[in-house]
Design a protein around this ligand. Structure first.
Ligand code: FAD
Length: 316
């Protein structure tokens, strides 16, 4: 049976495994250092009180259709993945989905870090998000919205001091809408007041594991044959904002390509009309739709239910 090694059990890695196993029978080995898959897109929902933080954690031991190897991938030797504390794992295909490398002290990009932030948010009367990074970790704007929705009496502000143009493209429509909901938006840093909570939004970089790899923007294949790169790490390499909808699209595309080659011997996929190659503007608009359409938490609840009841359940 064809063996597919997936590195990273985040949004992209799990969605890839789900799509692949829908299409074809394969032996999927998942390399992931954490014991849980974390549905990080849902973190703002927990801030908004729609869900408990722990409901965003899905134990990987429950996924019967994938073999979980709990370790860190350290390097790639062709189609073999070198691990931190176990022997290498080799496959017929390798799909790399290690996410982005994050730098910062407020770790709202994982469930544990988000919980810690939540404890501080509960105590503060004024919460200020300071964006002073070219590529900030996305999600702060939805957390801000969730806090304001749950606690209308709290003062919530976002300070876009410095950010890449692509992020402005992403954030501008959302910001206009958020102002209408009572979130203060500014391009200046906040004034310091004792007792207020100041959140320096962390930044993202391409993951060091994939430093030497360049994904083809149409196929996500790297310069190494049958080695693919998807998710935030690939989006950053392609100069696109690292957001989940892009990760899902890439995961689906690569699953189709791998399944097609396994079953037919050649690659045939049905490219979506908004593919980044044929129409970059349409692609960006599609990616930003959910983030700008004004009811993010409700959208996320629907996505969470689908994720838990379809994606995770199918793999269990
Ligand atoms: C709070 C928040 C809210 C968000 N909201 C939205 C939204 O509403 N809409 C949207 O489109 N996007 C949203 N995003 C962005 C979205 O979550 C990311 O784009 C998405 O998670 C990327 O998926 P990924 O699999 O590439 O990376 P991740 O989900 O970060 O997963 C990467 C995985 O790889 C593992 N890993 C790392 N290094 C290694 C290694 N060396 N070996 C093995 N495994 C490794 C990690 O432990 C992790 O499990 C949000 C992000 C955050 C933080």
């Amino acid at each position: 049976m064809t063996k597919v090694v997936v590195v990273g059990g985040g949004i992209a890695g799990i969605y890839f495994a789900y799509r692949l196993l829908q299409l074809v029978d394969a032996r999927v080995v998942l390399i992931e250092p954490k014991e849980n898959h974390e549905f990080v897109i849902g973190i703002p929902m927990a801030f908004g009180g729609l869900i408990d933080f722990d409901q965003l954690l899905f134990p990987l031991s429950q996924l019967r259709r994938v073999i979980h190897v709990r370790d860190n991938a350290k390097a790639l030797d062709g189609k073999c993945v070198r691990l931190a504390s176990m022997p290498s794992v080799c496959g017929d295909y390798v799909v790399l989905a290690p996410g982005a490398y994050k730098l910062g002290s407020v770790e709202y990009w994982n469930v544990e870090g988000a919980k810690k932030l939540w404890n501080n948010v509960e105590k503060a009367q004024s919460i200020h998000f300071i964006v002073n990074e070219l590529n900030p970790v996305i999600g702060f704007q939805e957390i801000a919205y969730a806090i304001k929705t749950r606690f209308p009496e709290k003062r919530v502000s976002i300070h876009l001091v410095y950010v890449a143009d692509d992020y402005r493209f992403l954030l501008n429509p959302w910001m206009t809408w958020a102002e209408g909901k009572g979130i203060e938006i500014s391009e200046d840093p906040p004034q310091h007041r004792p007792g207020d909570l100041y959140i320096s939004v962390p930044s993202v970089r391409p993951h060091p594991l994939v430093a030497d790899l360049e994904p083809d923007p149409a196929t996500m294949e790297t310069q190494l044959e049958r080695v693919y790169l998807i998710g935030d790490a690939a989006l950053l390499k392609l100069g696109l904002p690292p957001i989940g909808w892009g990760a899902l699209w890439q995961a689906s595309l690569v699953a189709q390509a791998v399944a097609s080659e396994i079953t037919r011997g050649y690659i045939e996929v049905e490219p979506d009309i908004w593919s980044s190659m044929s129409d970059p503007e349409k692609f960006k608009n599609w990616l930003t739709y959910r983030m700008t359409s004004g009811t993010p938490l409700i959208h996320l609840k629907g996505l969470y239910d689908t994720w838990a009841n379809k994606v995770v359940k199918t793999l269990s």
